[in-house]
Design a protein around this ligand. Structure first.
Ligand code: ZN
Ligand code: ZN
Length: 147
């Protein structure tokens, strides 16, 4: 399944005229494999062994290119570093307030909110974002042991 995601992503780059460099290939592959919504820094650390000449700035620039062609979503959370998510179908985020872990979940039916919001405000709606905050299972375990 992640193989076809990667192939689709590479096709998208090709049709939009973006050059596929080995680094871009590796960053995409990493984003598709990981479920962790990494920061540019984390992507850099994961790949620096493979590409010793790559800098964090290069990773950022490549992520920006991916974002412009719609392959990657940038998630910003206040003043913390942006996290990056490979765009598949719509999903929402559960965020741990202890460790900052972000977990995807799918939930259908929230399109109704877009229609409703559009009707009551007269806006054209393009997107919405939903984040749910809590404590993840491993942080719950830790705090249970401490007590
Ligand atoms: Zn946690
Ligand atoms: Zn996600």
């Amino acid at each position: 399944m992640s193989e076809t995601h990667l192939q689709d992503a590479l096709d998208t780059l090709k049709t939009t005229g973006v050059r596929i460099t080995p680094q871009r290939h590796a960053i995409l592959e990493y984003l598709i494999q990981t479920m962790a919504h990494p920061t540019a820094d984390e992507i850099y650390k994961a790949l620096e062994g493979k590409f010793p000449n790559m800098s964090v700035a290069t990773v950022y620039n490549n992520l920006r290119v991916f974002r412009e062609v719609g392959l990657v979503k940038e998630l910003t959370f206040g003043d913390a570093s942006s996290r990056f998510d490979f765009v598949t179908n719509d999903h929402y985020h559960m965020i741990c307030e202890c460790c900052g872990k972000i977990v995807d979940f799918h939930y259908p039916g929230l399109d109704e909110i877009e229609h409703f919001a559009s009707q009551v405000t007269g806006f054209d709606v393009h997107a919405h974002r939903l984040e749910i905050y809590g404590t993840c299972p491993s942080c719950k375990d830790v705090s249970a042991k401490v007590q």
